[in-house]
Structures are given as structure tokens and as C-alpha cells.
Design a protein around this ligand. Structure first.
Ligand SMILES: [Zn+2]
Length: 156
């Protein structure tokens, strides 16, 4: 048996949770260091056995309750705390729903204004017409590309 092996189990040996095997006894007889350590462990354990846990002071509970009351009094809006987080979550959810519905409605009204309320001559009407034309031209470009592709495919 090696020193490392016996030292791992030494706290249990000193506390009486494990018994020494013949191999351990042999090592302890031959190794002054390990036998000294085990003796020191046993003395520490017997000291701990004698040690009495002191009773808490009789005013401990009273003082703790007083401190808790002080902390509560220092934060008058404490009852909001439980409401704040759910309210935040609900308002975020509401914002998301509003965003989605506005996006859907916005798309529809945008198209309606494009078709119904163009006033030729006014600045807004001209800009809208230019915007529409640009959209049309870009679509034509896509069509041209498609036709070139078709030509290439037809006549390789
Ligand atoms: Zn040893």
C-alpha cells in the first residue's frame, strides 16, 4: 500500500467510518509520516467531538425580523415588483401583435393609395409615379434577363 492510497481514506479512518485493513496496518507500522498524520487526524476528530455548538443569542430572531421589516420599509414600491415583469412581457407581446397587424394593414393601404390617390402634377403624385415607373422598369429588366436566358437556352 502506498502513502497516497492510505491518506485518501485517513479522514474516514480517524472518524471511525472505516476500519484499517492488514495492509494499512503494515504500512502504518513502517511509515512514520502516515502514522503521525493519522494520529493528528484522530486528535482533531476527538476535539470536534468535544466541541459544543453555542446556542444563538436569545435576541437573534428578534433582530433578524427587525432587519427584514427595515428592508421592506426601505422599498415602498415593493408590491410593484411582482407586477413589473409580467407587465413587461404582456406589453412586449402587445407590441409584437400591433407590429404584425400594422405591417399587414400598412401593406394594403400602401397599395390602395398607389392605385386610387395619385394626383398628377403634385409633387407627391410625381414621386409616386416615378416610384411606380421604377418598379415597372426593374420588372422589365428582369423580363429582359429571362428572355436572354430563354434565347441562350433555345440557341446554345
Ligand atoms: Zn506512508
Amino acid at each position: 500500500m502506498k502513502c497516497n492510497e492510505i491518506r485518501e481514506i485517513m479522514p474516514d479512518l480517524a472518524a471511525g467510518l472505516a476500519d484499517t485493513t492488514p495492509a494499512m496496518n503494515e504500512h502504518l507500522r513502517g511509515c512514520v509520516e502516515c502514522s503521525g498524520k493519522l494520529e493528528a487526524f484522530r486528535q482533531t476528530m476527538s476535539l470536534l467531538d468535544q466541541w459544543q455548538v453555542p446556542d444563538p443569542s436569545p435576541y437573534f430572531d428578534t433582530r433578524v425580523r427587525a432587519r427584514v421589516r427595515e428592508e421592506r420599509a426601505a422599498r415602498p414600491a415593493a408590491w410593484w415588483e411582482w407586477l413589473r415583469k409580467p407587465a413587461l412581457a404582456a406589453s412586449l407581446a402587445l407590441l409584437m401583435v400591433m407590429g404584425v397587424t400594422l405591417m399587414q394593414k400598412g401593406g394594403v393601404t400602401h397599395q390602395e393609395t398607389n392605385t386610387a390617390q395619385i394626383e398628377p402634377g403634385s409633387a407627391v403624385g410625381d414621386l409616386q409615379a416615378l416610384d411606380k415607373n421604377h418598379d415597372l422598369y426593374s420588372e422589365f429588366d428582369v423580363l429582359d434577363d429571362l428572355q436572354v436566358q430563354d434565347d441562350v437556352n433555345a440557341n446554345p
